[in-house]
Design a protein around this ligand. Structure first.
Ligand code: A2P
Length: 257
């Protein structure tokens, strides 16, 4: 049996010069937990060329969705950005990853901190009713350089707010906080600075960080993750893993430079 499923591309959307998303068929045998990633790729000259991608779709959805950067000379994304409806993509049979709710200790508030395509695992998690059962409040933070890079997340949240099942859950529990660093926007600044200065908590009208009640998932640029990890560890937060739950969990977003 091949290590990969061969799935059909159902639709592709280009959000900016550097971001696109696509939906693909999902083999009924492909199981994953919301927040996990799998190896995704293309067959190039008879060989699989694969990279780790978080599923942006939830595990109750029939189709798969992925959110990707485009790197002009990137071995995979220079090609993957050209896929069209009907093309075949390879999907690794095994999903894995640390951004799953079981890796967190029980808590009241869940902070989902992302930059760029690091939003993808959280796109899956905010479509998981279990997340709303476990936490009283969920704060989804998405940091980007430009306003245009927020579009995927903005549309996702807007669609869920209109959804019969998720609308009431979102309005009761989800705070969406997009922030931009390199042009004017209603929320400005890096996630690290927004937390240190407490600006973000003032803006959303909630209390500051509290290790007793806050649980954190982060996904994005390696530089941001390093800084956030240090920040949280300095406050006594412990990193969780698949072997022991903690106060925070980390995953690098897809990197291809
Ligand atoms: P900035 O514009 O100040 O570099 P990138 O596109 O480079 O992956 O960055 C995505 C977002 O992450 C940008 O808003 C960027 O801010 C921010 N960022 C980059 N490095 C860090 C860091 N070390 N800590 C916090 N945010 C960061």
């Amino acid at each position: 049996m091949s290590a990969f499923y061969r799935e059909k591309v159902l639709s592709v959307r280009h959000w900016t010069d550097t971001l696109f998303s696509f939906r693909a068929t999902r083999d009924s045998g492909f199981r994953f937990q919301n927040g996990q990633f799998a190896m995704i790729g293309l067959e190039i000259e008879g060989r699989p060329l694969m990279r780790a991608y978080s599923m942006a779709s939830a595990n109750h959805e029939e189709e798969l969705e992925f959110f990707s950067i485009k790197v002009q000379d990137g071995p995979l994304t220079s090609r993957l950005q050209k896929i069209q409806q009907g093309d075949t993509v390879l999907v690794g049979r095994k999903a894995t990853g640390t951004l799953v709710t079981d890796n967190l200790l029980p808590g009241n508030r869940l902070l989902l901190l992302s930059t760029g395509t690091g939003l993808a695992p959280f796109a899956s998690l905010i479509k998981d009713p279990d997340v709303y059962d476990r936490f009283e409040s969920i704060v989804l933070v998405h940091g980007c350089r430009q306003v245009s890079e927020l579009a995927y997340g903005e549309e996702l949240v807007a669609r869920l707010r209109d959804d019969d099942l998720f609308g009431p859950l979102l309005s009761e529990k989800l705070v969406y906080y997009p922030t931009v660093t390199r042009e004017p926007f209603r929320n400005r600044g890096r996630i690290t600075d927004l937390i240190t200065s407490r600006q973000i908590f003032d803006d959303i009208g909630q209390g500051p960080l509290d290790i007793a009640t806050d649980r954190v998932m982060m996904c994005g640029s390696p530089a941001m993750l390093d800084e956030l990890k240090q920040m949280f560890e300095a406050r006594g937060f412990l990193e969780g893993s698949n072997s022991a739950p903690g106060h925070f969990v980390i995953e690098k977003a897809f990197v291809e430079r």
